[in-house]
Design a protein around this ligand. Sequence first.
Ligand code: UDX
Length: 449
Amino acid sequence: MKLAVIGTGYVGLVSGTCFAETGNQVTCVDIDESKINRLKSGKLTIYEPGLQVLFERNIKQERLLFTTNLEEAIKDAEIIFLALPTPPGEDGSADLSYVLGVAEQLGKMITDYKVIVDKSTVPVGTAERVHAAIAANAKTEFDVVSNPEFLREGVAVDDFMKPDRVVVGTSSDRAKKVMEKLYNPYVRQGNPVIFMDERSAEMTKYAANSYLATRISFMNEIANICELVGANVDFVRKGMGSDNRIGQRFLFAGVGYGGSCFPKDVQALERTANENKYEFNILSSVMKVNERQKVVMVDKIKSFYGEDLTGKHFAMWGLAFKPNTDDIREAPALYIINELLAAGATVATFDPEAMENVLEQYEGDDRVSFEENQYNALKNADALIIVTEWSVFRTPDFEKTFSIMKDRVIFDGRNVFDLEQMEELKTYYNSIGRQAVDTREKKQVPQEA
Ligand code: UDX
């Protein structure tokens, strides 16, 4: 099939590339000329594991094209995807000016039947507004479909190629047939394409993300109580998750959720509720809990050292909001760094991918440094703080770690180490929802001769 994808941000690039991978002819279009030139030359503008190979292959085989010319991009396309930014406006609501602006242009440009698909996360009712914006000028038939994406950063290619489900909101049979054909190769293993009306599709995206965020905030509160009553959240999670009604996934306590979706979508759904004079009590708490959880490590650090951290120096492993991404949007690490600085401390950080994105914020601030590897960050550190659970942090050389650090103290915001393992080491280890381990004074049993 011939497709056009408007907007070459994260969603546009992953979708465009993955649509090309199953043999579709895809033209991606963006107003940013330097970005398009970069993409044309085979260079990706985002970091996403596994995407580069597919991207290069499809460019080489001329199934994936890039242009700044919207009219040319959509001319022969059967389906046009809108993957445009919807940043929060001044009042916190999604700014639809990009989406509606393009819709208006499309109205003037289309000369034959097109299916126009909303891929961005947009407030309920947007498909109707897009329809109206196109219809204002259109001289031909068209349908507007809502098709929210559920990609997770870091595993987006897999999520796209083998989705749990595809949600398609349309009230047109003609559009339904087109979308069925498009997604058929991706759901061969039996996962469903779920058809519904446009408003329900738009709502599904907000409901799914808000529910997942709720699970996380719930587990973070369970973890905080576990610490108070002497329980271990790892056991509690396993015990709970083995109930099929609950399930094992997405029950990990930590330093709160971040990223480009959860914080924004939870807030947007609460707003939609308020606009409809409905008080969404659970969501207000989900956000409140998350705000508090982001700095829970700072509270732990302060109860260990006292409120004033002047002269204390910390190593921080992890800056990205989660592993396998360079994304630092709403990343708990940034909140933690700022709280530590405000209390007088200095921080040396390391992240395998995200450092470049953070550098700018601390330019000229010698209280924060960015190190070449995880061990360099440990130099003279009073304590190590783990904020993102990158695999490379899971099995460090502890001998080396402690020989570089000033003190054998670890605050782990992602529970990357087993408690038993830490009990074997001479260390103070404080994690989430588990009792602190303090074996620094452990007597070494003399070896028998
Ligand atoms: C999310 C949704 O999962 C995806 O469907 C949607 O399209 C976009 O938003 P993403 O933001 O990429 O994806 O990350 P995800 O893996 O869902 O994690 C979100 C946040 O929750 C991260 O900060 C992560 O650390 C945190 N998290 C996740 C937990 O704290 N505990 C968990 O058990 C799972």
